[in-house]
Write a protein that binds this ligand. Sequence first.
Ligand code: GLV
Ligand code: MN
Ligand code: MN
Ligand code: MN
Length: 395
Amino acid sequence: MSFESLWAEESAIGRSPDTGGYTRGGWSPTEREATHWFLDQCAARGLTVESDGIGNLIAWWGASDGPGVVTGSHLDSVIDGGAFDGPLGVVSALAAVDQLRAEGFEPGVPIGIGAFVEEEGARFGMPCLGSRVAAGVLPAEKALQLKDRAGVGLGEALENAGLDPAAVGPSPLLRRMGTFVELHVEQGRGLTAPVGVASSIWPHGRFRFTFGGEANHAGTTLMEDRHDPMLTYAMTALAANKQARLAGARATFGRLSVEPNGTNAVPSQVTAWLDARAADTATLESLLAAITKQATERADRDGTTLEVTPESVSPIVDFPAGLRDRLVNVLDGAPVLPTGAGHDAGVFSDAGIPTAMLFVRNPTGISHSPAEYAEMDDCLAGVEALAAVLKDLAK
Ligand code: GLV
Ligand code: MN
Ligand code: MN
Ligand code: MN
């Protein structure tokens, strides 16, 4: 099937009629629909699907054992995300395999198409949840303690999707991942050619800031008598923005929870999640330290409290230079660029699997939004590039 037809089918799944965006949290009905579509595509091609306890999938073309070359990405999304982040890598993998088969290419090692679960961490708060558990960097006991915003535990979500929580743990799938190549839409206007190759992934941390104060009447409480955690939070958000600019880094408060969340009450508590990223670990650490220092000083002034809890920290990922250069050669000198976005490719690379990434141009750089976009011609160039890379790696 052509890339265009595959893309039309996949990108119709769960698209919001209101925003044009996608909300496919891990194991949610829309994510399952996309996953079942993927499984149907694999069945139609006679691929052999292997899965693990948490629901990661690899569909194999070729011999049924031994390590191979795996390509793919994820089918989940952020809340109201775009069509490309994740699915582009999975759909391009199907199209590239179709192309290689049509050409009569006979792989010397198996080629696998992977779809890894809850990459965004939009439902359970942990980015790359599926790959982290698979790689053994997140123990099953810890993963199974995670709850979504509705209070549903990971175990229950898995059971609802027909998976057995007792099977969650380091994944046998990794043993067969001889090499991993993830194709992904570029996410920051860093690519002016149709296709590029990744050099590294910035270190990334998610931190929960809990600001405690005193609930009180909005109409009667003198401004000077308040212990308002919203004020401390607001000043912290400004400080984070300033510190990130100074450091050439990124800091975002994109999620907030307010207690009691009433228009006419000074809040008792504000919980805010900081997403911070920088080009190197030292910069990320000093950014967090600077934000925390200013937040603490402000809390002292406001008579509020502050607790900072790391929820996930991912170190820098430098993709292996040999493999990266091999891709650049195959692609006649494609540009090489780093990314501030996280990917399962980073987890697999850290786990010792030789890993590379291909990026497809994003003309606006917008991502994690319904406005995320890539031109069809660039997507087709991505499929061509991926097919060429697979041919080289699996010959
Ligand atoms: C996921 O794509 C992230 O980088 O947050
Ligand atoms: Mn992604
Ligand atoms: Mn993403
Ligand atoms: Mn990502």
